[in-house]
Design a protein around this ligand. Structure first.
Ligand SMILES: Nc1ncnc2c1ncn2[C@@H]1O[C@H](COP(=O)(O)OP(=O)(O)OP(=O)(O)O)[C@@H](O)[C@H]1O
Length: 594
């Protein structure tokens, strides 16, 4: 076995052992049921042997015969019930492992920053969350129990064959088995590599699906459908081939079992026939012996199956652990409580994306008291969204501080920080759910009246009322497609409903017209005037300066630096970038109106 396979195998075993220890009751219950099944299973041939011998000798008739047969049927029924019982008990536990791994993966992803995601492929991460975790789950469920069941059946059946019937016959029939062990070892080695390759190809295919779907409009518009189809076809073929190779190695277990058992049966009949002729064993005993041989099929198949499941589990675990154990780009160790109201303080903030020539923001300072509004403007690429990323702790600053309520952000629990901020990005995401559910996302218990009130504030109520089923209309991937401006306003309604004390509109009004923009900003102002005690901080990032003209302070960013700051009036007087941009936008607006 290659070194990597060996280390992934021991890592998988360690993880599974920990899980079994934790859920020992479920495993013990399932193991107990399997032991009863095994005992009953070996009892049946022995009983059949006695019945055959008694029939041959003419001792068994009438009610006694019926009773014996009834006992056999009852044993079959109990076996059936116990089999259903262990499956239910065990699979419940292994599904829990799958759910736990998915949660762990998800929690890990939530704590990684942009630099880490840049090095990952979305399709691969999706494959890990689905296919690879399913595979590990099978190793914790089917593989563990089939392994346990197979081994105990093997021990019991062998004991019955050698000690219960005749040890010479038992040993002779076992002669072909070491050959099968060798074949299993050889098949497993190849299966590990094939399984790893198959999982990786599935990841590639997933990645292509993800990219194709995300870029389907571009692909169509550029007339690249044929090229994209060809690429997809090639990856699908490769994934199918890799899966086939893995299945082929799995299938190789079966003939190895079949050939071994045929050889063992031939030897048993020859040696057994000789022993019967010498009257050292009875015909009934030979019958029972061949039945026992038949019962070895299950442990043999179980061994092949378990090996296949474990090899696939190891391959999947080897792909999962680098993601699960990747060093976090964001630590979530903060335990400080967030004071309320919490002013925001930004001091000497500097951050550069990995590999970038210059920082995206550099030495940025500003302070925002509760209840105040800050406008952030600047040319595209000036660093506006990067500031928000740092505020949401999607990335860590290289230097400087962000403090909320006087507490540096890393000292706050990440969940508390993110719950404190309602962030509306330029291209908000709507989930496949109703409009109402999308708005209520941040406050699932919100009443329809509260949802509607938020939609009115975001100036989207009338648009929603015109949808086929109003607020119940499904939107997102599987529903009605809303326009960019409608999506932005639904997201603003979602943010307003959340009641978070810090609202960030990150170019979130870019797709709405100036009239609607004014209406939303007026609503916001009225809302804050009506509830001054909430003292919400608002940060408005915009290209259109009309969106920030009422802010308490506006900062102008250029190449990551604050080049101008002040109120709208003060900036106009300054006669710099803001003033010329304002004049330009005024002319543009009057031309549009004309
Ligand atoms: N994920 C990233 N990786 C590397 N560089 C990035 C990344 N995101 C942004 N940048 C760079 O950081 C700088 C600031 O980008 P940012 O998105 O903050 O600008 P912005 O002012 O919000 O621009 P826009 O108005 O176009 O949204 C730009 O030079 C941009 O190219």
């Amino acid at each position: 076995m290659p070194a990597s396979a060996a280390s992934s195998s021991s890592a998988l075993h360690r993880m599974l052992a920990g899980f079994v220890r934790e859920h020992w009751r479920a495993y013990a219950a399932a193991g107990g049921m399997l032991s009863c099944i095994a005992l009953l299973t070996v009892w049946i041939p022995r009983q059949v042997g006695h019945v055959v011998d008694a029939l041959v000798a003419g001792h068994l008739q009438g009610a006694a015969l019926l009773r014996q047969l009834g006992l056999l049927v009852a044993a079959g029924l109990v076996i059936y019930l116990l089999r259903a019982g262990w499956r239910l008990t065990l699979f419940k536990a292994s599904f829990r492992l799958g759910a736990r791994l998915r949660t762990r993966l998800y929690a890990r992803l939530a704590l990684q920053g942009p630099a880490w995601f840049q090095a990952q492929r979305t399709g691969d991460l999706m494959a890990l969350a689905t296919n690879d975790i399913d595979t590990v789950e099978q190793a914790a469920g089917e593989a563990m129990l089939a392994g346990f069941d197979g081994s105990q059946t093997l021990v019991l059946v062998l004991a019955m064959m050698t000690l219960g019937i005749d040890w010479r016959l038992g040993l002779a029939a076992l002669l072909p088995f070491p050959l099968m062990g060798g074949a299993f070892w050889w098949i497993s080695r190849h299966l590990h590599t094939a399984a790893q390759d198959s999982l990786a190809r599935f990841g590639d295919l997933n990645q292509q699906v993800q990219e194709s779907l995300a870029g389907v409009r571009t692909v169509r518009a550029l007339g690249l459908v044929a090229r994209s189809e060809k690429q997809f076809g090639e990856l699908a073929d490769r994934a199918a081939e890799a899966s086939f190779r893995s299945q082929r190695w799995e299938a190789a277990y079966e003939p190895a079992v079949g050939m071994t058992l045929t050889a063992a049966t031939a030897i048993a009949l020859a040696v057994g026939g000789w022993l019967v002729a010498r009257r050292e064993i009875s015909i009934g005993q030979l019958t029972a012996f061949t039945m026992y041989l038949g019962q070895l099929i299950w442990p043999m198949f179980a061994a092949g199956w378990v090996m296949a499941l474990l090899e696939r589990g190891r391959a999947a675990w080897a792909r999962l652990t680098p993601v699960l154990d990747a060093p976090l780009t964001l630590a979530d160790a903060g335990r400080a409580a967030l004071p309320s109201p919490a002013p925001l303080q930004v001091e000497g903030l500097t951050f550069g994306f990995p590999g970038a020539k210059r920082p995206a923001v550099e030495h940025v300072d500003f302070g925002l008291a509760p209840g105040r509004t800050l406008g952030i403007v600047g040319a595209t690429g000036a660093g506006k969204s990067t500031l928000v990323r740092l505020l949401l702790r999607q990335a860590e600053p290289d230097a400087g501080w962000l403090l909320l309520g006087g507490v540096p952000l890393p000292e706050l629990p990440l969940a508390a920080l993110r719950a404190h901020i309602a962030w509306v990005p330029q291209e908000p995401f709507l989930f496949s759910a109703s409009v109402a559910d999308n708005i209520a996302l941040a406050r699932p218990g919100a009443t329809p009246a509260e949802i509607e009130a938020a939609a009115r504030l975001a100036a989207v109520h009338d648009d929603i009322a015109r949808l086929p089923e109003g607020y119940a209309t499904e939107v997102g991937e599987r529903g009605v497609t809303l326009s960019g401006g409608q999506r932005q306003r639904v997201a603003i309604a979602r943010a307003l409903l959340s009641d978070a004390p810090l609202l960030v509109l990150d170019d979130a009004l870019s797709a709405v017209d100036t009239g609607t923009e004014t209406a939303i900003l007026d609503h916001l102002r009225e809302l804050r005037a009506a509830r001054p005690e909430r003292s919400v901080i608002v940060i408005v990032i915009a290209h259109r300066l009309s969106a920030v003209m009422d802010a308490d302070e506006v900062i102008v960013l250029k190449q990551g630096h604050v080049i101008e700051r002040g109120t709208h009036q003060r900036l106009l007087e300054l006669g710099g970038w803001y003033a010329s941009q304002w004049r330009y936008q005024q002319i543009e607006a009057s031309l549009d109106a004309a």
